[in-house]
Design a protein around this ligand. Structure first.
Ligand code: UGA
Length: 452
């Protein structure tokens, strides 16, 4: 069967590459000629571990191709996967322009019966609308059907998440579509949940929003832990042994980012509101996350009063490790606030600097290593738990910083370790360690004693 994938972002490109890996013939369509040439050479336009190898291997084997010629690609396709973006509109609703652009190209060009498979995250009911549109507009007397097939891959682990997915969800309205999709996915040997289109669309939102809720819940418990002298890391560990809770997504931090959770929580909330229903848990999830982003900034402000003229080291820029994606990364608004306060910023990230430079080309300095970042700094903020940052010994902060005061938004260090060091360490859901401050006080006392 001939498979065409529209869109070569995280969802489209990984879907296409992985389907070719299990033996299908796949053509990926994109509008950007340069991108297409790059992909033909096995170079992925997005940073995603393992993807370059997949592109090269399957392109060389003749199973995976890339083109800007959508007319030819759609003409005789049996299946067309739509994996284009559905960004957030200003009011929180999902923007479906890219999806419908692809639909227009499909109806203008298909000459064979085909199944259009929507992988993009779309509001509940959209697949029905897409089918209505396609059936109404299609030329050439072709039979088109639509199936929902939401994607659950995470950035940074997209290839593994796809090749070893925990489940595949297919939303279909006919046996024919179900049989075809089961055939497509046979090679993965993964559990398939078959349901109707609206339930499939809802499974995607409910899954992402539940994970976001889990994070916001842990962030709130973390904030309360600080007030009552509990330690969120131990609390999460203690909870994780209960299989009903599980041990994933219990990490408190400075909030979730990325291209999915912020957008999908707002989209579902908007959708329910539009029907006159308030999703209270989702509303709270969004509010808690918004507040959490600035938690460490507020603590730094409380401690210093003014941050004007202070040298601030920023470690980690991307919304999570393993990706160069900065969408909704907490680093971006925090850097804005720090700059507005008059701080001087030096920033480091193992892969995110080029993208960050597009947002802050000249207002901050960029460093090549964590060590260079920390040199003579008054404060360090950790926004992403990259291995290069987590594995940095605390003695480096002690030795290189002017005043070793650390605000760690990802709990990279164990409290026990920080207590053994001459640092001040603020983290999430754990009592601050103020060894450096104590040391300073002692020094002052000694100076006074000597002076007397
Ligand atoms: C998320 C989902 O995990 C995927 O299943 C889904 O397919 C994808 O969205 C999507 O809809 O396309 P992703 O946004 O790539 O994937 O990243 P996650 O690993 O889920 O992390 C999202 C954010 O949550 C990150 O900022 C991360 O730092 C934060 N997070 C994650 C926490 O703060 N605590 C945790 O315990 C886990």
């Amino acid at each position: 069967m001939k498979i065409v994938v529209a869109g070569t972002g995280y969802v489209g490109l990984v879907t296409g590459a992985c389907l070719s890996e299990i033996g299908h013939n796949v053509t990926c369509v994109d509008i950007d000629k340069n991108k297409v040439e790059m992909m033909k050479q096995g170079i992925s336009p997005i940073y995603e571990p393992g993807l370059d190898e997949l592109l090269k291997r399957n392109h060389d084997a003749g199973r995976l191709d890339f083109t800007i010629d959508y007319r030819n690609a759609y003409k005789d396709a049996d299946l067309i996967f739509i994996g284009v973006g559905t960004p957030e509109r200003e009011d929180g609703s999902a923007n479906l322009d890219y999806v419908f652009n692809v639909c227009k190209q499909i109806v203008d060009n298909v000459k064979n019966d085909c199944l259009v498979v929507v992988k993009s995250t779309v509001p509940i009911g959209t697949n029905d609308k897409i089918e209505e549109y396609l059936k109404e507009k299609v030329k050439n007397n072709v039979n088109i059907e639509v199936a929902s097939n939401p994607e659950f891959l995470a950035q940074g682990t997209a290839v593994v998440d796809t090749l070893y997915a925990k489940r595949i969800v297919i939303g279909v309205e006919s046996k024919k579509a179900e049989v075809l999709l089961r055939e497509v996915y046979k090679g993965y040997n993964q559990p398939i949940v078959a349901t109707n289109r609206r339930s499939a669309e809802m499974i995607k939102y409910a899954s992402n929003d539940f994970l976001a809720l889990k994070i916001s819940f842990m962030n709130e418990i973390a904030n309360f832990c600080e007030m009552v002298g509990a330690d969120i890391e131990d609390v999460a560990k203690g909870m994780s042994f209960d299989p009903r809770i599980g041990d994933k997504f219990l990490n408190a931090g400075i909030g979730y980012g990325g291209s999915c959770f912020p957008k999908d929580t707002k989209a579902l909330h908007w959708l329910a509101n539009d029907r006159g229903y308030e999703l209270k848990t989702i509303k709270a999830t969004i509010e808690v996350n918004e507040n959490q982003k600035y938690k460490l900034f507020r603590q730094a402000k409380n401690r210093f009063g003014s941050l004007k003229g202070l040298k601030v080291a920023v470690l980690g820029l991307t919304f999570k490790p393993g990706t160069d994606d900065l969408r909704e990364a907490p680093s971006i608004p925090n850097v804005r606030r720090l700059l507005d306060e008059g701080a001087q910023i030096v920033a480091y990230d193992p892969v995110g600097i080029d993208n960050f430079k597009r947002i802050y080309p000249s207002e901050i300095t960029y460093a090549n290593t964590p060590e260079e970042t920390l040199k003579d700094a008054d404060i360090a903020f950790i926004f992403t738990e990259w291995n290069e940052i987590k594995s940095l010994n605390l003695s480096v902060y002690e030795e290189l910083m002017y005043t070793p005061i650390i605000f760690d938004g990802r709990n990279c260090y164990k409290i026990k370790e920080t207590k053994e060091r001459n640092v001040d360490y603020y983290s999430i859901g754990r009592k601050a360690v103020l060894n450096f401050e104590k040391h300073l006080e002692k020094e002052k006392e000694m100076e006074v004693a000597i002076g007397q």
